[in-house]
Design a protein around this ligand. Sequence first.
Ligand code: GLN
Ligand code: ZN
Length: 753
Amino acid sequence: MTTTIIGFPRIGENRELKFNTEKYWRNEISETELLDFAKDLRLKHWQLIKQAGIDEIPSNDFSFFDTTLDTAYLFNIIPDAAQKLDLSKLDRYFALARGYQGEKGDLKALPMKKWYNTNYHYLVPQFTKTTDIKLNDDKIFNEYQEAKNAGIQTRPVIVGPFTLLSLSEFHDVTTNDFVDKLVKVYQEVFEKLSDQGASWIQLDEPELVKDVTGDKKSLFENIYQRLLQNKSNLKVLVQTYFGDVRDVYQDLINLNIEGIGLDFHEGRKTTQLVQSGFPDDKILFAGVVNGKNIWRNHYQKTIDLINSLPVKNLVISTSCSLLHVPFTIENETFTPEIKQHFAFAKEKLSELSDLQAILDGKTDLIAKNQQLFDQQRVQPNESVRKRVASLTADSFIRHPSLKERATIQKQEFQLPLLPTTTIGSFPQTKAVKKIRAQFRHQEISQNEYDEFIANHIKEWLDWQEKIGIDVLVHGEFERNDMVEYFGQNLDGYLFSKNGWVQSYGTRGVKPPIIWGDVARNKPITVKWSKFAQSQTDKIVKGMLTGPVTILNWSFPREDISIKDSTIQIALAIQDEVLDLEKNGIKIIQIDEAALREKLPLRKTDWYSEYLDWAIPAFRLVHSKVQPTTQIHTHMCYSEFTDIIPAIQNMDADVISFEASRSNLEILDALQKENFQLQVGPGVYDIHSPRIPSVEEIKTTIHKILQKVPQEKVWINPDCGLKTRGIKEAKASVENLTTAAKEVREELLIHDRN
Ligand code: GLN
Ligand code: ZN
């Protein structure tokens, strides 16, 4: 029995990759210094994995930004505008990821989307008439060679052709136009690697766990049939994760490949599929250690599972790349009683080794592990359980109807046409972060901290008033993160010190851990919202994170269902909404940035397994507010076009969402579905430091007005501004307000005529 993993967190134990990359972006270190650093980091990780006893080690799972972008780059799937920029290879790569604005020209970043049902984001490759597929990069070969030189034989990883094509966007061309060329260039990679001495390649094909039927299935068959013709000596592992491959299992086991990787955690049917038969001439890479959650593996259950599989050649692996969990639990300060329940990436390597040892006869490892599951880990909170039990159907419905509320609120607020607002946060500068850290470490008093935050809020309120934004925000300076901040103020949560997980590029999140029943024991946001509102006559939006997002961006419990945890969180946030209302906050935004994150990858499961409880959980939060209280929500970085009825069903009054990076295609869908909520489709991309011009924003607003009735349109950026610098944030929002005012004038003149 051998062990392997699908991929390892590339950011480093202390996010070294982030810090060095950002230094490079700020011109503080040279390109060579960054490349050398990355090389050392990769070597360190390979050695660590090897020392933990893992037999087969992946390479090229490292990335400076994103592996889908790496794969597109490798194959020269690069828009013309980027090709033309006179930049180094590395800088062109970063320009694609982040946009570029400088002396060499102007380039928008590639669109960014959520990586399946995770909080990782990939860049969307763009195919056009001029896309010229060929080998363009050496990364995969260099990294293989690097490991080899260090005496470590690795299995290079690359996004598979079916997934790559499925995730890409096509402009005036179709997927089929590129199948032949793409297959050829994958084959070239196979040959080159084989010549270098590699024996395996791993093709990541998570797309296979979705609904793969009809044309999609033909595409898959077509690609793989061609790809495996005249196959080189290189053995091929088709690696899937995030679900089961029920639509293509038979095809996969009949392919001319050597390895198939399947997910036994999220793949509800995986066991059943494998039990229906698995060929003796292939190797099953069984994803039995959960790559997405941080609880210890239950060894006995895993061993029983493995023993139930009629498989001759088995490699034990993780259910997905370890990229989705933090690096190590080692340096965390939890008590040993708590710590023993967790396994982060490094600890999961040991779990794989333990499982291997158990299978080899060291069964004494089972008993100690079993103790973790025998005792009751945490006491239930009886009052929360009672409250959940007493909910009725009406607890989830807001009265009166959306339409009636719209009339009442119009009267109440008297906002102009195309009201402007922002999504909540303003730049989290070094100074802001430093003050929070000093307060956390008790280096400054509560008073000093409060004074700093109050001054910051005042400054930014003044600026918002000055530039004439209609609905203000306080700026979220007191918050580190939109989920952690709430978790810290709720019972039932635990926090790691260094449990970072990559979200996109150098950005990470530190998901809190739901340890027990969740309850709110005191108001969380009331103090600063109330303060901000007291400073101005304009309306300041209250700002909360919704229950589905809090759940989705936490590491959930495995001893109760995520639905039950979400309802508990919803009740806690409901208390907060009502407290804000009581304290004079008239507009309350409840962010559901991650609503889509746990949407099942198969459409057939969307409602029954998720939306049927996730949407009501959101409604529970605001069902008790007055008709005059306006509820906003915000969603970002994902496809919405296909869940519009569900979004409508959230029954908020206004929704803002990320749209600029995805070219506003959502507008068509809103129009088609006769969307009733007021909407603020983001008019520019905040994920890039580029400043949009007034003209650019006006063009976007006009596009919006073609599809959405003007009385329903709000004007806002596509997300919070916390990751931006002050200068660019201010300049962009000033341009936004100018653009909105100018278009508003045009509309009014038009109306008068
Ligand atoms: N209100 C949050 C902010 O502005 C929303 C963040 C998000 O959608 N990711 O930061
Ligand atoms: Zn957002």
